[in-house]
Design a binder for this molecule. Sequence first.
Ligand SMILES: C[S@@+](CC[C@H](N)C(=O)[O-])C[C@H]1O[C@@H](n2cnc3c(N)ncnc32)[C@H](O)[C@@H]1O
Length: 279
Amino acid sequence: MSTEFAEVPIQKVKDYWNARPCNIRHSTAEIGTQEYFDQVEARKYFVEPHIPGFADFEKWRGKKVLEIGCGIGTDTMNFARAGAEVTAIDLSSESIALAKKRAEVFGLSDRIKFFEANAEQLADYIPAEKYDLIYSFGVIHHSPHPDVILKHVRENFTKPETRLKIMVYYRYSWKTLWMLMLEKGKFWKLDDIIAKHSEAQTGCPITYSYSFKTARVLASNAGFEVTNIFADHIFPYQIPKYVKYEYEYVWYFRMLPKGVFRWLETKLGWHLCFDAKVK
Ligand SMILES: C[S@@+](CC[C@H](N)C(=O)[O-])C[C@H]1O[C@@H](n2cnc3c(N)ncnc32)[C@H](O)[C@@H]1O
């Protein structure tokens, strides 16, 4: 695992996500309109259909949810719509601004508190409260010290009943193989290669990746016990068509029976999702 990621200044991470907030091009409609946000959500859950099942939005009705790295707020809206009381934080001011606008558009502002904050020092930004759920999808692996984030939330925002739901990237995934092929098999540069190609915009400053074992260790060292862990999500579409909002599988996935493709996702999916409880 790259030690260099730990040295990256947080400002560099912030600049990267401000330049292109996550999923901002998921719609061609005018940014900030209801049509825009509806299309963003439709595309996100079409391409990543495992998210609603993992987040289990309905389960958190009437509960306090802390979302770390909300981006432009797709999951945030769904926790709020389901009736949760949400605190949503992100390092990127551009993302927070759009997520706030989204809450206004859908009349959900009274159920969500937004903060522009660095999750590694969250207690400096948000009131010390205990949450029922701490949720973070595709975020902590982009921060210099993911371990610090989990230790910090464990110390400041959990009670014995708190549940954690985290998605980090799976190191031994189909996507990793694809990235290695793109870079002519330079496995000794794997961390750099993963960071270069992990996101829609190339050159992410930090992208850690985990095995099932190292994800469990990450959680355990922070005082959490993993209760469920699985891999999911292989991106099967032809990229030139995908960027034009057309969805056609690449030829080798087209040839696979649906059931076999689903099986492959559980073995080599890019998203390593885990639930954990306080130890
Ligand atoms: C891949 S996006 C995911 C956004 C959102 N969870 C989603 O699924 O659409 C990663 C997000 O993590 C945020 N992030 C990275 N490091 C962070 C940190 N230390 N504190 C807070 N947010 C951070 C970025 O600003 C970015 O919005």
